[in-house]
Design a protein around this ligand. Structure first.
Ligand code: FAD
Length: 477
């Protein structure tokens, strides 16, 4: 009898255990459901754009191997039984999702579906470890990265990735099943269409993900540990949106890195593995702290005197703060849906400390604009930078945006790329145009307050203000 494969957070054919299991049946029915009943946070606009293209690729990859993809909208608890009834399927397979907003509903659904006639079976999802099972010696979850990584590292190669099935046996009546049209789902922006920069930067889909991995291993793994902090060069993998959409699995990345014939040092390899490990850690935190995107881990921060400054928030969102490294990052995000990790830390520190705006407002903006927006990594990273998280950078670590720029973007390549109005500024002043002599500004065609903003806050004063505010909650505790 046929098997239903419910695609969810894993929009790929290779290393897909649910799909592999369904292949042992006489035929299969691949389905993707646009869920209307779910309590999980709706995807942001950039991820919706990605999802559209990713689903289109998945549908065509399935079609090429023998079966169409069925697209439905509604409640899985109603749609799956309907599909079972219409097809006589005996089994439903899916890969797990670890966002607690999904996993509770999935567990309930699984119990509900299970019957004498129907088996519902789930497989490990988009992680190298099962985050629900991992416990420290004292029985709690890990709140610090290093011991967490030590606990899982030796086991991460235990699950060798699966190849994609060569052909798929479509359920004979599949063309008679109702399926919606992806174009009608409204996932793409209409007017204005802001997705031009995304289209230029990314190739959503499994093939795009594999190509990106291959290019990274060939060209960029070597030197990764040193160059990964330099935003002006293309030195990191750019795999995050593919991972967020399940177009490639972390196990595939780890295996490909192990097998890659490159002259990358063991430092490069270890550093990269550990970054992939940070993603695992974030998920471990979210599974154990379902409110990670909403509640301060450190409740002392509940009394932090955040400022309600909408004007400053908009200046930050639009990359108009007058601090070039911050503005370059925020504009990279807007144009491409992605931002370099070092600069994510700088802009997050700037929002929460220089502007004293609640990290949740930054987290929300990232959620809407990042193509790699990830419920766990985004929330955990924001809390980490804000100082309110489990394994957090201390609040008093306040990045100086000028020094960060000078250190990591010494020639100003990154700033020039995303803040073209400063293109002609000499490197010496590019991270602090306000300190350039008039003559230099004039030659560079920069008129502060006119072609480029003056800083919206003074670094030194903002730093003191933030430290005073922190002292209030610290002393109160
Ligand atoms: P690479 O350097 O090539 O790293 C490989 C992979 O390791 C990444 O694809 C990612 O899956 C993982 N990784 C690397 N660094 C981190 C990290 N610090 N935390 C967790 N995983 C990591 N990452 C997301 O995937 N989604 C988010 O929504 C997200 N929000 C962030 C918000 C803030 C404020 C900060 C400081 C970081 C955030 N990150 C997020 C982490 C990190 O910036 C991105 O994963 C990384 O920049 C992705 O680029 P890459 O794929 O080229 O990374």
């Amino acid at each position: 009898s046929p098997a239903i494969v419910w695609f969810r957070g894993d929009l790929r054919l290779s290393d897909n255990e649910a799909l592999a299991a369904a292949c042992s049946h006489a035929s299969l029915i691949p389905v993707y459901i646009r869920e209307t009943s779910c309590s999980a946070r709706p995807l942001g606009a950039a991820r919706q754009w990605w999802l559209h293209h990713s689903l289109a690729r998945l549908a065509s990859d399935l079609e090429n191997r023998g079966t169409p993809l069925v697209l439905l909208t509604g409640k899985p608890a109603e749609l799956i039984p309907q599909l079972v009834k219409a097809t006589g399927a005996s089994t439903v397979y899916w890969n797990r999702r670890y966002d607690p907003a999904f996993s509770d509903a999935d567990a309930a659904l699984k119990a509900e579906l299970q019957s004498d006639e129907l088996v519902a079976e789930s497989f490990p999802g988009q992680l190298l470890h099962e985050p629900t099972r991992l416990r420290t010696g004292s029985g709690t979850y890990y709140k610090v990265y290093s011991p967490f990584w030590r606990a899982i590292e030796s086991g991460i190669e235990n699950r060798p990735p699966l190849d994609a099935p060569e052909s798929l046996k479509a359920f004979p009546g599949i063309s008679r099943l109702e399926s919606e049209n992806l174009e009608d789902w409204g996932l793409l922006p209409t007017k204005p269409d802001w997705s031009g920069g995304l289209r230029e930067t990314w190739t959503p889909g499994e093939a795009g993900a594999r190509q990106r991995l291959a290019d990274f291993l060939e060209d960029r793994l070597k030197g990764y540990s040193e160059r990964r902090d330099i935003p002006g060069v293309d030195a990191t993998s750019g795999l995050s949106p593919h991972l967020a959409n399940g177009e490639i699995s972390p196990a595939q990345i780890i295996e490909a890195m192990r097998d890659a014939d490159t002259s990358a040092s063991s430092d490069d390899r270890t550093t990269f593995r550990k970054e992939v490990g940070w993603r695992e850690f974030s998920w471990h935190l979210l599974v154990n702290q379902p409110e990670l995107a909403k509640k301060n881990h450190n409740s002392k921060f509940d009394d932090f005197p955040w400022l309600n400054d909408d004007e400053a928030l908009v200046a930050w969102q639009k990359g108009q703060t007058g601090y070039p490294i911050v503005d370059a990052g925020m504009r990279q995000l807007w144009q491409t849906g992605w931002m370099h990790n070092r600069i994510r830390m700088v802009v997050a520190s700037f929002l929460t400390k220089h502007l004293m705006i609640d990290w949740r407002k930054g987290e929300e903006w990232f959620w809407d604009t990042l193509v790699d927006a990830d419920a766990a990594s985004n929330a955990a990273s924001w809390q980490w930078v804000a100082g309110s998280g489990a394994d957090a950078a201390p609040y008093f670590r306040i990045f100086n945006p000028v020094l960060q720029g000078e250190k990591f973007d010494p020639q100003g390549d990154y700033v020039r790329r995303f803040v073209p109005e400063l293109e002609k500024m000499p490197a010496k002043f590019i991270h602090k145009p306000w300190s350039a002599p008039d003559k230099v500004l004039k030659t560079a065609g920069v008129s502060l307050g006119d072609t480029y903003p003056t800083p919206i806050v003074d670094h030194k004063r903002a730093r003191e203000r933030a430290l005073d505010a922190y002292k209030q909650i610290k002393d109160a505790a």
